[in-house]
Design a protein around this ligand. Structure first.
Ligand code: ATP
Ligand code: LTN
Length: 329
């Protein structure tokens, strides 16, 4: 079985963007690939985190993956926490010593996140090297993500190619897997930007744990435009296109069918239908989420994932260690 791998940072509560770009893809592909789904808690501390909240977000995220349909009982599903596997940081260091600084500071995410604060840490710069280690340790063939992570997966690809050329065949070359609908769910208040879990605007993102009333209120007050026409045009009508996308992701409809359904109508009808679709999907997920949190199973799932991921990563790290000349032969 080919391998599929992805991670979602425990930097807050998961949003419908994380569902569209990450989790729903895992659910769709989980029967066809050996799947490595991990929590990049080491990536999360590239910006300041409250330790208590970080612990809580990690456990809550695992429960939410399962509530969304990730099946931890599949023998080919491995769920683990990045910091419980020390090989990630070790391989990242080796990559850091092979990646020109300029390649890292050119990344879109680095530019966006470093601009938010007066100072930033070196971890924010070397973030993509750690991400490359996450992927290349497991010879992942596919990396499902939203469009924002495409550039990082491409960097991981380049690192793999560079290493293979310099040291001999060490790594499989990964490919990003971007969904055709929902690769970039937009911020409801500022649709030029992507929806993000660490937003400071309380009306900008829909969290998977939001109560029904809150979901409806956020969608009904989403920013659109004043020309009153429903069509899919992400550049000129990002707000309306976002509502069509949300409707499509949560009903399984195509964008063309969604446009045909709402064309000629008012924005209010589209908003109401998008809210109905999100509520219909999220309410049963939230019930399941509570059952999982109370089931006491999460530790057992994470122990198994930690042990398996360490076994695979140790084998790869040993090859890389030898190739670069570390320690004894
Ligand atoms: P943060 O706000 O802390 O940067 P985030 O909400 O941007 O977090 P990540 O943890 O960076 O989320 O991303 C987890 C996964 O969800 C990645 O695959 C990412 O591409 C995807 N993703 C994040 N936001 C969106 C979005 N708005 N639309 C589609 N996919 C998204
Ligand atoms: N950078 C990603 C999270 C992440 C990831 C990964 C995704 C860390 N390591 C490896 C895919 C594969 C993000 O911010 N969404």
């Amino acid at each position: 079985m080919d391998r599929l791998l992805t991670g979602l940072q425990p930097s807050g509560t998961l949003t419908i963007g994380n569902y569209a770009g990450g989790i729903s893809q895992i659910v769709n592909y989980q029967s066809d690939y050996e799947t490595f789904l991990f929590i990049p808690d080491m990536h999360a501390i590239t910006v300041p985190q409250d330790p208590e909240a970080l612990h809580r977000n990690i456990i809550n995220a695992i429960a939410m993956y399962i509530a969304c349909g990730v099946n931890p009982d599949l023998p080919n599903m491995h769920i683990y926490i990045q910091s419980e596997n020390l090989y990630h940081a070790n391989l990242s260091w080796i990559f850091e010593c092979h990646t020109p600084h300029g390649e890292l500071t050119r990344m879109h995410q680095f530019k966006a996140k470093s601009a938010l604060h007066e100072t930033f840490t070196e971890g924010l710069v070397t973030y993509p090297d750690l991400m490359a280690a996450d992927i290349l340790l497991y010879d992942a063939k596919y990396v499902p993500t939203g469009i924002d992570q495409k550039q990082h997966v491409e960097l991981a690809r380049n690192i793999a190619i560079r290493f293979n050329n310099r040291y001999g065949e060490l790594f499989a070359i990964p490919e990003p897997l971007i969904p055709s609908i929902g690769a970039k769910i937009r911020d409801l208040q500022n649709p030029e930007q992507k929806m993000s879990k660490s937003t400071t605007n309380p009306k900008a993102s829909i969290f998977l744990s939001d109560p029904e009333k809150v979901i409806r209120k956020k969608i009904m007050s989403a920013v659109t435009d004043s020309d009153g026409v429903i069509k899919f045009d992400e550049e000129n009508k990002p707000g309306v296109s976002n509502l069509l996308t949300i409707y499509s992701v949560f009903t399984g409809s195509s964008i063309e069918d969604a446009v045909a359904k709402f064309e000629g109508g008012g924005y209010g009808d589209l908003k109401k239908a998008a809210a109905d679709a999100v509520v219909e999907k999220l309410m049963p997920m939230q019930e399941k989420y509570n059952d999982i949190i109370n089931s006491g199973r999460i530790n057992e799932i994470l122990d198994a994932g930690r042990d398996y991921s360490n076994k695979i990563a140790a084998e790869k790290y040993e090859k890389v260690r030898k190739a670069v000349g570390f320690g004894r032969i």
